[in-house]
Design a protein around this ligand. Structure first.
Ligand code: SF4
Length: 466
């Protein structure tokens, strides 16, 4: 594994580092609000809630019978001439892709943005094999140039200023490029075009895999998805096993949900549906098509209290509305997925020891539940993960001590009355606010807030006094 912020630093340390970047705290809310506003405007004349309900039903029924749909998908791929490879974990997935590249005698690879390839840390493995790897999504391309990490599922460089992007592209150009968005994208387009022309292998993810027809569906706003999957001799699609859909008809529901929640669009510029390699009489397309079906911890969630997280279609909407993500951005979460979905997936995929603190990074306001296009109860999942962390003894000593004292104090009526009476008195004379503001971990929080004043006669005394 390469540099791993999740194990090398704490959430608090990473968040502090991100909070020191003033641009991040304005850019992330601005960009994410844009998507949310577009969603409301574009779907104003549509029964969006009805669509959500249907989407939630489709995902729930599919995941409940995942193996059946996967078997159909694999059979349909095989019938279309697609070579299917099962990967139990990241290492197996990398090994399959490396072998396919080796067998193809590949030297150059182009990639479409894919969180699954980030999850298995594919690029370093391919580069170690001597391959030239080029990310072709503009945002991912800049991430690659800067040796950075994506910070949002849909918008990988949401954390970067235009000036930073200009500097990165200028380094490649060997000259100072102008501060003009169309000039910058024009330069990237020209540079990437050569990469498409020269590539031996194109690697993509899969937004969906349709079992009925054996079709990989890619949703993009740049033409790079089509170029990467049709120009090189070999196309490899890495698909999480949960991304299967039973029928083509399901796309009529799932596509607008994905594009609406993700970018506020009724439909993206490109929806690419690939059902196999080039046919005998077809003039273009890859000679070989491979699909690597990635488990990497997904199957283990079936039948557990976390199964619902497999309904996720990676739209990123929960990140857009999360008050924590909007302040600290995606890098604070330390792994591939940030925001509420990251706070759920990371401990499930990486274990409580590595990702157990992330579910604490939530105000539990429920905004993520309200926006999720497939109605995943993220808020409940976060609470379950918090409980599991305590049950497994993975919570830090200080946290367990405070919780134990709290439980002791409030588990009998007389202890509760004494403690709440003393606390109430201290709050009324302003002692609590003064202490909080002066020192301790809540000092920053208390600076901008006033502690609420408790009632002089608490509720539990009213009945006994009346
Ligand atoms: S949990 Fe829901 S809102 Fe978040 S990325 Fe997944 S589908 Fe989108």
């Amino acid at each position: 594994m390469t540099h791993d912020p999740l194990t090398e630093t704490t959430f608090a340390e990473r968040a502090r580092e991100q909070l020191a970047k003033p641009f991040l705290r304005t850019a992330v809310p601005r960009a994410t609000d844009h998507a949310a506003n577009d969603l409301r405007a574009r779907f104003a004349d549509h029964d969006y809630e009805g669509l959500r309900a249907r989407g939630a039903d489709i995902r729930s029924a599919t995941i409940a019978d995942l193996q059946t749909h996967l078997d159909r998908l694999v059979a349909a791929f095989a019938a279309n001439g697609v070579q299917v490879h099962m990967a139990a974990d990241a290492a197996q997935a990398r090994a399959h892709i490396r072998r396919i590249c080796r067998d193809a005698g590949a030297r150059r690879v182009v990639k479409v943005k894919s969180m699954a390839t980030e999850e298995i840390e594919l690029n370093p493995a391919l580069i170690a094999d001597g391959l030239t790897v080029t990310e072709t999504d503009l945002g991912e391309y800049v991430v690659q140039l800067d040796n950075d990490r994506p910070s949002h599922i849909i918008a990988p460089i949401i954390h970067k200023t235009r000036e930073e992007v200009r500097q990165s592209l200028s380094r490649v150009a060997g000259r100072e490029l102008p501060d003009d968005a169309s000039e910058l994208t024009g330069f990237a387009r020209e540079t990437l075009r050569d990469a498409f022309m020269d590539a031996d292998v194109g690697i993509s993810g899969a937004n969906f895999g349709v079992a009925e027809s054996g079709t990989v569906v890619l949703v993009t706003n740049e033409g790079n998805g089509r170029m990467s999957t049709s120009m090189p001799r070999v196309h490899i699609s890495l698909m999480g096993i949960e991304r299967v859909l039973p029928r083509l008809d399901d796309l009529a529901v799932m596509l607008p949900l994905l594009t609406g929640a993700g970018t506020g669009q009724l439909i993206t510029t490109y929806v690419t549906m690939i059902s196999g390699p080039r046919g005998t009489n077809e003039p273009d397309g890859p000679e070989q098509m491979h699909v690597v079906l990635l488990d990497n911890g997904r199957r283990a969630l079936l039948g557990t209290e976390y199964q619902d997280v497999l309904h996720c279609i990676r739209c990123g909407a929960c990140q857009n509305v999360c008050p924590v993500y909007r302040q600290v951005g995606g890098h604070a979460y330390g792994w591939v997925y940030g925001g509420p979905i990251g706070a759920v997936l990371t401990p499930l995929f990486r274990g409580q020891q590595d990702g157990g603190e992330l579910p604490q990074a939530s105000s539990l306001c429920g905004a993520c539940d309200d926006i999720c296009p497939v109605k995943i109860p993220l808020h409940d999942l976060l609470l379950r993960l918090r409980r599991q962390r305590v049950d497994e003894g993975a919570a830090p000593f200080k946290e367990r001590l405070v919780a134990s004292v709290w439980a002791w104090a409030w588990s009998s009526a007389w202890r509760y009355r004494i403690v709440s009476g003393v606390a109430s008195r201290l709050m009324q004379i302003g002692w609590v606010s003064r202490v909080l503001a002066r020192r301790g971990p809540l000092a920053g929080w208390a600076l901008g807030r006033s502690v609420p004043m408790p009632a002089r006669r608490p509720f539990h005394r009213r009945r006994s006094d009346d």
